[in-house]
Design a binder for this molecule. Structure first.
Ligand code: KG4
Ligand code: ZN
Length: 342
């Protein structure tokens, strides 16, 4: 570490992971601590916002101390504090924002509010040191499905978004109806490896007035109808075939929209981000399609796809370089849009 290094202490509490990280110059992860609450929420079949907030309060101090310790630094070595301030669960966001404000005030450090989705996109910078905008990015998480042009650091043009369920939400809901439990994405991914993706023909939804928008609720209903009709006919269900066929329907749509954008915008770089970006079938399909078109394909490791604070540190660094600073009146913004600053 030298005097010119920008050391960001990043904090993320937008959903069900309490996370803190120390990131050097936007691309080097010095520590990345994630305390997951998944086991607590599993028994309810999804995230319970009140439980998430309470657990963040219990863990945030410990997780942050661990991040500093593992990085071998103290607050004296930190240049700025970055914190997710939206979108997400308001009570959960507030814990991180309040904690970050308190630490920034006590240590006399600048405070930077970071957009959660911008964090997911920026996860790509960490392991791909050569990646620079412009590029196309498909962001698919539990709460969001966006296809965007990353025009510059912190500057986005949203080409398409979901009209109803997010891709990860569809994975979680379908997994629950097949009997896999929460969170469903990784379980469908695993089961699908044993199944036949052509066994059941589920619909690939198109949105009439937009080639880039997504819609997954029809697909989710089609799977539910299929399961119900099998039950009524007394037919047994092949879980692996349902998982593989559903996953194929999601992947086909995501890949088609992504390649359409890549071709239309003529950009030679394509990245994926968000929890669903760790899906093995999606990664394999995108890799193949990008290769055929001579497009460079970027994807974070699975641990950087799902919620973490290192990605917030990467995004926070570029906001810091742009001179973005927040005051101690920074609030949580549960519905913050990508590209919008509050
Ligand atoms: O990005 P993330 O950690 O949280 C949000 O910001 O929403 O994404 C969580 C979502 C969940 O819906 C989870 O089921 C999904 O990502 N997910 C996956 C996989 N791993 C996580 N979906 C499909 N395949 C996976 N391997
Ligand atoms: Zn997320």
């Amino acid at each position: 570490m030298n005097n010119e290094d920008v050391m960001i202490l990043a904090i993320e509490t937008s959903c069900d992971e309490t996370a803190a990280a120390v990131v050097k110059n936007g691309r080097e992860v010095c520590s990345n601590i994630i305390s997951s609450q998944i086991d607590l929420h599993t028994i309810y079949g999804g995230v319970v916002p009140e439980i998430a907030s309470r657990k963040h309060i219990e863990k945030i101090d410990q997780v942050t101390r661990e991040a500093l310790k593992e990085a071998g630094v103290t607050l004296k070595d930190i240049t700025a504090i970055a914190v997710t301030y939206g979108p997400g669960l308001v009570g959960a966001l507030l814990v991180g924002v309040s904690f970050a404000k308190a630490v920034a005030f006590a240590a006399g450090l600048p405070l930077i509010g970071v957009h959660h989705i911008e964090g997911h996109i920026s996860a790509n910078y960490i392991e791909n040191k050569d990646l620079e905008p412009p590029f196309i990015c498909l962001v698919v998480s539990g709460g969001h499905s966006h296809l965007v042009v990353v025009k510059d650091y912190g500057e986005y043009e949203i080409l398409g978004r979901t009209r109803d369920d997010a891709a990860g939400e569809a994975f979680d809901k379908v997994a629950r109806s097949i009997g896999f439990g929460y969170p469903g994405g990784p379980k469908i991914d695993k089961a699908a490896k044993e199944g036949d993706p052509e066994a059941i023909r589920f619909p690939r939804a198109k949105v009439a007035d937009s080639v880039y928008d997504f819609s997954f609720s029809g697909l989710k209903s089609a799977v539910l109808n299929y399961l119900n009709s099998c039950e009524m006919k007394g037919e047994s269900i092949n879980q692996a075939d349902v998982a593989a066929s559903f996953q194929k329907a999601v992947v086909d749509v995501l890949v088609e929209h992504s390649m359409h954008a890549v071709e239309e915008y003529g950009l030679k770089k394509f990245a994926i981000a968000g929890g669903v970006a760790s899906n093995s079938s999606l990664r394999a399909a995108l890799l193949k399609e990008c290769k055929e078109r001579g497009i460079e394909f970027y994807h974070p490791s699975p641990i950087l796809c799902t919620d973490n604070a290192a990605m917030i540190g990467a995004a926070g660094y570029y906001e810091y370089c742009k001179g973005i600073r927040h005051g101690f009146d920074l609030n949580a913004h549960p519905n913050l849009r990508l590209g919008e600053r509050a």
